[in-house]
Ligand binder design. Structure first.
Ligand code: KG4
Ligand code: ZN
Length: 345
């Protein structure tokens, strides 16, 4: 089965063609083209929704054309079209969704709307050639992106139970806001990870909000306030201090994410842990999960997507459609910027 995926929920315009077989459930990416307006947003230190939507309009058709060309697939050979319909920025979402609806009508192909957050999870099901292990259910899933921090129990494909989420800032948002306080370039996550390499993670003891709470919720705004206070009392924010604050911030976020995920995995007797979303690209987070699971001599299998698949991309949207083939008449497909996990479970 050949699926064209389209993703335009935020500042990335992405189109991909995947080939997946029902028999072995293997997903192969034939092409994935992503145009990003990140450089534009770096200038303003954050995303301006109207500017992001304008960039989406500019890129959407060239990106789809290029991905089809690169995949070697002619449009009549596509079996289905999948598109992100939410959550995200309304203007950005509309560009991808209306394009996908038009293609579905013109090419007479089934259309599958996809939840962007579920899409992040499915980046784990696009395995690299070196990954021989299989994901086993039940799995505990940690989604950590710019707008979301959620813990879910995945009982099977299409069967998800939401366990908890952030009460204020998402993990990525905390990285971005603290990055801005430290005057690092946007987005803050990769910049803090880079600065942290030269820093001491024990130099500052920042709070680990809700680490011991009896639920699976997160809260990161207190951490941001603690860092702000530290910066205000520090007279000279030199490179060494920036590196130490970065390392200590990164450690605080990682500690909370891992503690809660392992707690959920234990409580629900998970056989796999999957992490996903932009923050899942953080090497320290990946290493710490691996080493803790190893040290605990646990039989839980830990999975993280290839780093480039942690960021927004259309291949994960097409993969989600393959594993959750919920086609819908194009006339009924609409965007929902506030979409959450309500249609699953
Ligand atoms: O999933 P994503 O690409 O977009 C959303 O759907 O939100 O996530 C973007 C977020 C940003 O907040 C960015 O700072 C964070 O992921 N991020 C990272 C890293 N790479 C991206 N955070 C920590 N470490 C990284 N290496
Ligand atoms: Zn995302």
């Amino acid at each position: 089965m050949i699926i064209l995926g389209i993703e335009s929920s935020c500042d990335e315009t992405s189109a991909a063609v995947i080939e997946a077989k029902k028999k072995d459930k293997k997903v192969k990416i034939l092409s994935n083209i992503t145009a990003s307006s990140l450089a534009l947003h770096a200038k303003t230190g954050g995303i301006i929704p109207e500017a992001a939507a304008r960039e989406q309009i500019k890129y959407i058709l060239p990106v789809i054309k290029k991905t089809l060309l690169e995949s070697g697939v002619d449009s009549p050979d596509i079996d289905a079209i999948s598109v992100t319909t939410g959550p995200g920025l309304i203007g950005s979402l509309l560009v991808g969704t209306e394009t996908a609806k038009t293609l579905s009508y013109a090419l007479k192909k089934p259309l599958i709307p996809v939840n962007h957050l579920i899409g992040h999870i499915y980046a784990n099901f696009i395995k690299s050639m070196f990954e021989k292990r299989e994901i086993e259910f039940p799995a505990v899933v940690l989604i950590v992106s710019g707008g979301h921090s959620d813990l879910l129990l995945m009982i099977n494909h299409g069967k998800l139970k939401w366990l908890g989420g952030t009460r204020d800032d998402a993990a990525g948002e905390a990285f971005d806001k603290i990055g801005r306080l430290l005057k690092l370039s946007y987005p803050g996550g990769p910049s803090i990870e880079k600065a942290a390499k030269k820093g001491n993670s024990k130099a500052f003891h920042f709070p680990r909000p809700m680490i011991g709470s009896n639920d699976f919720d997160f809260s990161f705004s207190g951490l941001k306030t603690a860092v702000l206070r530290e910066i205000q009392t520090t007279k000279h924010l030199n490179n060494e201090t920036i590196s130490d604050i970065s390392a200590s911030t990164q450690q605080a976020i990682i500690d909370v994410l891992i503690k809660k995920t392992l707690k959920a995995a234990e409580e629900y007797k998970a056989r796999s842990i999957l992490i996903s979303g932009g923050v899942a690209a953080n090497q320290k987070l990946r290493d710490r999960f691996q080493s803790l699971i190893l040290n605990n001599q646990s039989s839980i299998k830990f999975f993280a997507p290839e780093k480039w698949l942690c960021a927004d991309n259309a291949a994960m949207i097409a993969a989600t459609a393959f594993f959750n083939y919920n086609e819908m008449p194009w006339q009924k497909v609409d965007v929902n910027p506030e979409l959450y996990f309500e249609q699953y479970g």
